[in-house]
Design a protein around this ligand. Sequence first.
Ligand SMILES: Nc1ncnc2c1ncn2[C@@H]1O[C@H](COP(=O)(O)OP(=O)(O)OP(=O)(O)O)[C@@H](O)[C@H]1O
Length: 305
Amino acid sequence: MSETIFKATNITKIYGENKALDKVSIEIKRGMIYGLIGKNGAGKSTFMRTVMGLIKVNEGDIELFGKTDKKGLQLARRKMGQSIETPALYPELTAQENLKVQAANGGVSEREIDDLLRLMNLENTGKKKAKNFSLGMRQRLAIASTLITNPEFLILDEPTNGLDPSGIVNMREIIQRLVTERGITVLLSSHLLDELSQVATHYGILHDGKLISELSKEELASKTRQYIELETMDVQSAVIVLDELGIRDYEVISGTGINIYEHLDDVAKINRSLVLANVDILRIGTTRQKLEEYFLQLTGGTPNA
Ligand SMILES: Nc1ncnc2c1ncn2[C@@H]1O[C@H](COP(=O)(O)OP(=O)(O)OP(=O)(O)O)[C@@H](O)[C@H]1O
């Protein structure tokens, strides 16, 4: 079993009457990309700030790199990087110059700057000043500055927020690279499950300060699995045909709808059999429950992007 990097046990944070975190327990192991998902105000930033020691919890315990005491936690936090309170970027300087300043401030070597620029897809920015960077480039440069001290555990607050689709793909690739090339463990947040869907290995869904669901990438995939959606006015006869075809894993979801979870490659055959049995089909096709639908199912309401 891999090493526990961070563990929160029943942490609660109260602001006035408001429980921003309500008995939240999360364990993050080395190599994980843990995605914290929740709508605005769910408690994501509060949780991240407690991990970084920026705010004190009212109740509960925190363990970081095996340390739980104040002094130990303080030292352990030196192995962390974060994008919440990143050092300001210097708008008049290039990406490389910015990183040189950060290296000097952090008292670390400039040796890795070129590699960091490559890792962040910023190697071709040349003489361009940071003030002329796109939002995505600025975010990547901010992450590069936090990496200058070689953290083992990185916290990224909404790293895909505000990025266009290609920027989101770029950011996902980079986050994955942090893990594969540098062995960094990552905790990141988003208010959109879809945006982290291809990057996180584990998900925690926060809602009103409570961790209402925790699941692995595989569990999420199976919950949002692909299926054949069949719509027919004659559900009863359709079910008989499915049984005859040896299909067992299906669900009648309404007076006209059946979801079929197996034989996904046999849509044409199922269609033919239904037609032969004189079952009128309104619609048949494969579909996948959208991640965002699943998220809303858990948290209720509408997205607040
Ligand atoms: N310093 C503070 N003082 C009082 N209330 C706060 C403070 N910080 C956060 N809160 C409240 O705690 C709750 C959780 O806020 P938090 O910022 O952690 O949510 P979030 O999930 O990060 O949302 P967002 O995506 O909008 O940042 C909210 O109700 C917020 O109003």
